[in-house]
Design a protein around this ligand. Structure first.
Ligand code: UDP
Length: 310
């Protein structure tokens, strides 16, 4: 049966792919975005679809919608480390006031709610790989704190609305995700390295390059989000690809796959940059029967092709 689904942050990188997947399942999709980091280009192909509507709106402002909503996905937050120093209060407000506004809307509509939380709630983790039971190691006075702490608060709001107001509020903890529609100048490692490789410029490694990340292709992630929404589980649930790689190895892979002549260049490591990150996804595998299927090489080739085309 067709549902009416609100996607906050629907013009962003992950949000726009989620809108596409929900439309493909014949749902009505209402996309809200303030276009601070999202882009009209990401949703342009859906603007003529009668099942799709777009509202230029900020979730941290009061919301009023006429439609009866069945599900709300909250992906409305800038998520790149370069945004943390540029717009810290916008990030904090989106995940706190914005989350509360959307939870109120969920309560009023008796709608299901899914919060896009993050592996950043684990901070610079002392436990490896990270399980959902780990409480994390977060610096509340650091450059990343506007994001880490507001996402943690966003999770607490889910807990409160679930336990005191009976809202079916779910939490997905999203690990590093990559793919088409990432912002070219977003500052994150995937667009940075690919753009540098395509221009045969040095790849800017921060620190020694021994820090690790685990990269999940966007189509895998979107499938996980939809499965979690449709399940009877509320999480918190890690969604990510457990294939771990050092940043130096990742750089070499990007150079190889883009047939670039770029070299590696070492730069200072930003403060509070987590040294390792890898999701334990046994919960998602067991409860959602979900695991990523796109291998890093395959996903990187698609992503390189996207950046070549823009
Ligand atoms: N990084 C890097 N060079 C870049 C951008 C990022 O070496 O040009 C590193 C960064 O220091 C971090 C990792 O790549 O250790 C992933 O960074 P990103 O900003 O993509 O996401 P994070 O996982 O830190 O939120």
């Amino acid at each position: 049966m067709s549902k009416t689904v609100l996607v906050a942050g629907g013009a962003g990188f992950i949000g726009s792919h989620l809108c596409d997947a929900l439309l493909a399942e014949e749902n009505k999709v209402i996309c809200i975005d303030n276009l601070v980091t999202g882009s009209r280009k990401n949703i342009e192909h859906n603007l003529k679809n009668s099942n799709f509507s777009f509202y230029f709106s900020d979730i941290s402002e009061p919301l009023s919608l006429r439609d009866k909503i069945d599900e709300i996905y909250n992906l409305a937050s800038p998520a790149s480390p370069i945004d943390f120093s540029k717009i810290p209060l916008k990030i904090l407000n989106a995940n706190s006031i914005g989350s509360e506004n959307l939870l109120e809307l969920a309560k009023k509509n008796n709608a299901k709610y899914l919060f896009a939380s993050t592996s950043e709630v684990y901070g610079n983790p002392l436990e490896h790989p990270q399980k959902e039971t780990y409480f994390g190691n977060v610096n509340c006075n650091g450059v990343r704190s506007c994001y880490d702490e507001s996402k943690r608060l966003g999770e607490t709001l889910c807990f409160i609305y679930r336990n005191y107001f009976g809202v079916d509020a779910k939490i997905a903890r999203i690990f590093n995700t990559y793919g088409a529609r990432m912002r070219e100048n977003d500052g994150r490692v995937t667009p940075n390295f690919i753009m540098q490789a395509l221009k045969n410029k040095p790849l800017t490694i921060y620190g020694t390059g021994n820090q690790t990340r685990s990269f999940c292709y966007v189509s895998d992630l979107v499938k996980g989000l939809i499965l979690l929404m449709n399940s009877r589980f509320s999480g918190p649930m890690n969604l990510g690809n457990p294939q771990e790689i050092t940043i130096a190895e990742f750089a070499k892979k990007v150079i190889e796959l883009s047939k670039s002549s770029s070299k590696l260049e070492l730069n200072p490591l930003p403060k509070d940059d987590p040294m390792k990150r890898k999701p334990d996804i046994s919960q998602a595998m067991e409860k959602l029967k979900w695991e990523p299927v796109i291998q890093l090489e395959e996903g990187l080739i698609k992503t390189i092709d996207y950046f070549k085309s823009i």
